[in-house]
Design a protein around this ligand. Structure first.
Ligand SMILES: Nc1nc2c(c(=O)[nH]1)N[C@H]1C(S)=C(S)[C@@H](COP(=O)(O)OP(=O)(O)OC[C@H]3O[C@@H](n4cnc5c(N)ncnc54)[C@H](O)[C@@H]3O)O[C@H]1N2
Ligand code: MOO
Length: 383
């Protein structure tokens, strides 16, 4: 993948240096290259510049040198211009400071030798990795293609624009999922609204060429909840059939065929869909993209948080300023009902609250949101 397209992708192989860095002995400062003990004679002139030809430096002589220029083979040291005294009349250079052999010279291979591993496979290509790759001689990178995702939004009650009316509501998931999935490293097609039409769902699933198909709504057992019956009719293998978590317990993961696409069925309640997005879709996409799983992040909750009697709860939280005993703190947000997005819209993450709840000061796991500060950088969070 060409360097200018590789941003945000994952390296399929370790990045091995294609050159020594620096590739030649280099002056680290603007000043003078000197050979042997001083004082040194010199010729007036532009001297050695970055990108210039190789030069020779006889013993007892000096030459002006710029930062980044190759130091001639016999250079003993570089003397910074501010530490050098050049007597123009006598063409004689001297310094009052002791001269240490090798000073202000970056020796060839100081950062790496050809073949050294610079970063491992699985690294996300950040702007810094792009810079390093270019410095190390790369024009293209071995990158894992982004997983392609289709989003199918189910529900006859959904409007694409305007105000809710006559029992109809706005589709909150179509606008949310595409950019969120892109922030998780996926290539996402425009969400398709299919209504509550089992045949349209069957066709869309059967003819998708995506790696992952995400459906929203229709996971429960209502009269128009078609996801389970359609998956069964297509002979899909159900890998996760509900999760003991609130909101989001009807979420599902299936595979249409042994080498076919995965299907993530997100519940229709919007916060329940977020729950499935972070706990089923995100790890699946990370695995498909060759990205390592995120390290668990833990913080102290700054309030009692009630729990579900037997299921885990996911509760939107914000980071709190200041730390307690050197540990991060989070505060739970209101408006955390399964049908609400008001809490998550203000949140930095979701706290994983075990059955029965937690008391203030308890450490809990946090599922970060892709745009929260603790998250590794990914391309195009909102584009
Ligand atoms: N008898 C039971 N009924 C329900 C259960 C249950 O265990 N037994 N679970 C409830 C829970 S919890 C959830 S979550 C939902 C899951 O339902 P579905 O996945 O089938 O989703 P729908 O019925 O289609 O919709 C539920 C709810 O969400 C609204 N919705 C759907 N899509 C969108 C969207 N794109 N944007 C905004 N809102 C959306 C929809 O209008 C409904 O209000 O089932 C419960 N029922
Ligand atoms: O689990 Mo439902 O997903 O609570 O809204």
């Amino acid at each position: 993948m060409a360097l200018d397209r590789a941003l945000g992708h994952v390296l399929a192989e370790p990045l091995a240096a294609l050159t020594d860095l620096p590739p030649f002995d280099t002056s680290a400062m603007d000043g003078w290259a000197v050979a042997g003990p001083g004082p040194w004679t010199y010729d007036e002139g532009a001297g050695l510049l970055a990108g210039g030809q190789d030069a020779r430096l006889p013993d007892g002589t000096a030459v002006r040198i710029a930062t980044g220029a190759r130091t001639p083979a016999d250079t003993t040291a570089v003397i910074r211009s501010e530490h050098a005294h050049a007597d123009a009349a006598r063409r004689l250079l001297s310094t009052r400071r002791p001269v240490v052999t090798g000073q202000d010279i970056r020796p060839r291979g100081q950062e790496c030798r050809t073949g050294d591993q610079l970063v491992p496979a699985g690294t996300v290509v950040t702007p810094a990795v792009l810079g390093l790759a270019a410095a190390a001689g790369y024009d293209a990178l071995p990158a894992v293609p982004r997983p392609r995702v289709d989003v199918l939004v189910l529900g006859d009650e959904l409007l694409a624009s305007g105000l809710p009316h006559d029992g109809l509501i706005r589709d909150a998931l179509g606008p949310m999922l595409a950019p969120w999935l892109r922030a998780l490293g996926a290539e996402v097609s425009a969400p398709r609204r299919l209504g509550d039409d089992a045949e349209a769902l069957r066709t869309a699933l059967a003819f998708s060429d995506a790696d992952v198909i995400i459906t929203t709504g229709g996971t429960a057992s209502g009269p128009v909840d078609h996801v389970h019956p359609v998956l069964a009719a297509l002979g899909a293998e159900l890998l996760v059939h509900g999760v003991a978590v609130r909101p989001g317990h009807p979420m599902l993961l299936a595979r249409l065929s042994p080498d076919g696409p995965h299907v993530v069925g997100l519940p229709g309640n919007p916060l329940a869909a977020v729950s499935g997005l972070l706990t089923l879709a995100e790890p699946l996409l990370a695995g498909l993209a060759g990205r390592p799983a995120q390290d668990a992040y833990r913080a102290l909750v700054h309030a009692d948080v009630p729990g579900h009697p037997h299921d885990t709860r996911l509760v939107p939280v914000v980071h709190r300023a200041g730390r307690a005993g050197g540990r991060d703190q989070v505060a739970p947000l209101r408006y955390n009902g399964p049908a609400m997005l008001r809490g998550i819209a203000a949140a930095d993450g979701l706290a994983v609250v075990p059955a029965g709840g937690v008391r203030s000061g308890t450490e809990v796991e946090i599922l970060d949101l892709p745009w929260a500060p603790a998250t590794p950088w990914t391309e195009g969070c909102f584009t």
